[in-house]
Design a protein around this ligand. Structure first.
Ligand SMILES: Cc1ncc(COP(=O)(O)O)c(C=O)c1O
Length: 390
């Protein structure tokens, strides 16, 4: 792992140790490669960690979001509010069920949607808005209590896209809440893609406190099949159509092993992010950290820095190229989803100024637990030298 520091530093990377490999190997030597005990164990542990009553595992974060939109009954004629600064999957999960996306703006300095963004969408689209999908961008939470309060008043279901934020906490209704506890929403979707805090290869889950939603997602992830109650043992019925979105025991064994390391992963990410904050401070106002939400304890999945590229006299592509030459990866999270050709063709051009200002400045720097202690120094020194050469 440590030799990574001498090689290329990607913006994110999983950390898999020998005990993770052994956990997977045990499943491979056992009786169940799928629908076995590792799936239940993983779900039980995830429910414990988040404090939610139920965790339903599935094959990806995208599948998790789709299960959530299906389970709540979102469909044609309905609309769902999605912050435009997110990964494609948040919006696509709304389209998969035939509903329409209402893209909302975000705060230019944090990239997070605000309660007023939901309020504005409801004012413009009225009762057609049936869901909102707030995103815990980079591992930091939006004002969920504020969003949930508006959602409740208007009968809007809250599906959190918590893909980035396992292990984070935020100021919820009635005090600090764990991300995924669903204190301020009906469901929270997670991704366990390798760049996320916990890796399954591909994997996802939805947490909820609603037994009916949990049961429905359990059926929908397995074709919509129901087996209970039939007199004949071979009978299964499909009252509604579902998918094969199951996570295998192989994936869940890796996920369970990784969940055991969550605290250490989050702590390490927090320490590295704090070091970046310190090292970048002298470059302010040309480079700034993301605005921090008061009362949040983020589980930094990404370290996003905001660059004044105009002020620095360097384009983003040029900076990324110079960093790459010095062995440092960087990435943009995210291109506003409403500007994607599919959504532009569907809904026309939309002006979202906060998102435009955020997108113009964001660049994600390397952040992952296996980074060496002095890697942030190496990254910031490379940024300084790249900026000086303009
Ligand atoms: C915010 C967000 N939502 C959803 C997803 C989809 O997750 P997955 O890649 O596991 O399908 C991702 C992953 O990239 C994401 O970053």
């Amino acid at each position: 792992m440590t030799e990574l520091a001498d090689r290329f530093l990607p913006y994110g990377r999983h950390r898999v140790d020998e005990d993770d490999i052994e956990a997977v190997a045990r499943v491979l030597r056992g009786d169940f490669l799928t629908t076995g005990p590792a799936v239940e164990a993983f779900e039980g542990r995830l429910a414990e960690i988040t404090g939610a009553d139920f965790a339903v595992s599935c094959s990806s974060g995208t599948a998790a979001l789709h299960l959530a939109t299906m389970a709540m009954g979102l469909g044609p004629g309905d609309k769902a509010v999605v912050p435009t600064i997110t990964f494609l999957a948040t919006a696509n999960a709304v389209r998969y069920v035939g509903a329409d996306v209402v893209f909302c703006d975000v705060d230019a300095d944090s990239g997070l949607m605000r309660p007023r963004d939901l309020e504005r969408a409801i004012a413009e689209h009225g009762a057609a808005i049936k869901a909102v999908l707030p995103v815990h961008l980079a591992g930091q939470s939006p004002d969920l209590a504020g969003i949930a309060e508006i959602a409740r008043r208007h009968g809007v279901t809250v599906i959190e896209d918590a893909s980035h934020a396992l292990g984070a906490a935020y100021p919820g209704r009635g005090g600090e809440a764990a991300v995924g506890s669903c204190r301020d929403g009906e469901m929270a979707a997670f991704s366990f893609h390798p760049v996320k805090t916990v890796a399954m290869g591909e994997g996802g889950a939805v947490t909820t406190n609603d037994p009916a939603l949990a049961a429905r997602m359990g059926k929908l992830r397995s074709h919509g099949m129901v087996r209970d109650g039939a007199a004949d043992p071979w009978i299964y019925e499909m009252p509604e159509i579902g998918f094969n979105y199951r996570a295998s025991d192989i994936h869940c064994a890796l996920g369970l092993s990784q969940l055991g390391k969550l605290d250490g992963f989050v702590e390490r990410r927090r320490r590295l992010a704090a070091r970046y904050d310190q090292l970048l401070a002298p470059l302010n106002p040309v480079v700034r950290p993301l605005a921090h939400m008061p009362g949040c304890r983020p589980a930094w999945h990404l370290y996003v820095a905001l660059f004044d590229f105009n002020g620095a006299g360097i384009g983003r592509a040029e900076l990324m190229g110079r960093l790459k030459k010095q062995g440092i990866g960087s990435q943009v999270h995210y291109i506003p989803v409403h500007s994607q050709p599919y959504y532009r063709d569907l809904y026309g051009k939309t002006e979202l100024p906060g998102a435009r200002a955020y997108y113009a400045r964001c660049l994600s720097l390397p952040l992952f637990p296996a980074m060496a202690d002095d890697d942030p120094e190496r990254v910031v020194a490379a940024i300084e030298s790249a900026l000086k050469r303009t």
